[in-house]
Design a binder for this molecule. Structure first.
Ligand SMILES: C[S@@+](CC[C@H](N)C(=O)[O-])C[C@H]1O[C@@H](n2cnc3c(N)ncnc32)[C@H](O)[C@@H]1O
Length: 214
């Protein structure tokens, strides 16, 4: 949710966005092998909250733009988002993902066993902050979305990017949401440490992209 109309994508981020987000074919033949593996694991365990293919493509694109440092993910799930990030990132980049559910974290160790550049932590999300600062940080666990962006400012390098997904576009809000404030959008779009904007990826999905000011 948010008040008013969505803000513009921050300068410098628009070139990173996917050009034609509608109608992504995420059948196994059309996604990176690692993503297909994580999707199969998620299907096998009945995990319904993996990121969508449009979000995955965005993560892949953003990861490919990281030239140095570490990528972080909060809330690994069964590793679909992790796999999109890992498939897009350059060889010298490290990826750290954190998941509080032990069974999911254990499954992830199998999916990423052959990828030493991917580290899986099983812990409550604040533990990842000790591993920053991150060049790219995907915040995808509800408790981490509930805290102030202040917490993430020191966890992101100057010029680094934060991604938050699972936003419902305003024109898709049910009547009971209309006119109500949206703390997540409000907190990120007004934070002085970030240039944040909302980007619509499909009819029913939007993300916040926030770049830390240099
Ligand atoms: C939406 S799912 C993640 C999906 C995944 N990022 C993807 O793109 O496929 C959210 C995950 O966050 C995890 N989670 C929830 N609370 C957490 C916490 N306090 N610390 C770490 N992970 C948490 C949940 O167990 C769940 O697996």
């Amino acid at each position: 949710m948010t008040r008013g109309s969505p803000s513009e994508t921050p300068p410098g981020l628009s070139s990173l966005l996917i050009p034609s987000p509608a109608g992504v074919d995420d059948s196994p033949a059309n996604v990176p092998v690692l993503v297909a593996r994580a999707m199969a694991e998620a299907r096998y365990t009945g995990f319904p909250n993996s990121c969508s293919a449009v979000v995955g493509l965005l993560l892949h694109r953003l990861a490919s733009q990281v030239e140095a440092g570490t990528i972080g993910e909060i809330g690994s799930g069964l590793g679909v988002g992790t796999a999109w990030l890992a498939s897009g990132m350059r060889p010298a980049i490290r990826l750290i993902t954190i998941e509080s559910d032990a069974a999911r974290a254990t499954a992830l160790l199998g999916v990423f066993a052959a990828r030493p550049s991917v580290e899986v932590l099983c812990a409550d999300w604040p533990a990842i902050l000790d591993h920053g600062p991150f060049a790219l940080l995907f915040i995808d666990a509800r408790p981490a979305k509930a805290v102030s962006p202040d917490v993430f400012l020191p966890a992101v390098v100057p010029g680094g990017t934060v991604v938050l997904d699972d936003l419902t576009p305003i024109d898709r809000w049910p009547p009971e949401w209309r006119g109500r404030p949206d703390p997540l959008r409000d907190a990120w779009s007004h934070h002085p440490g970030f240039a944040a904007g909302e980007h619509r990826l499909s009819d029913d999905a939007a993300v916040i992209l926030a770049r830390r000011h240099p």
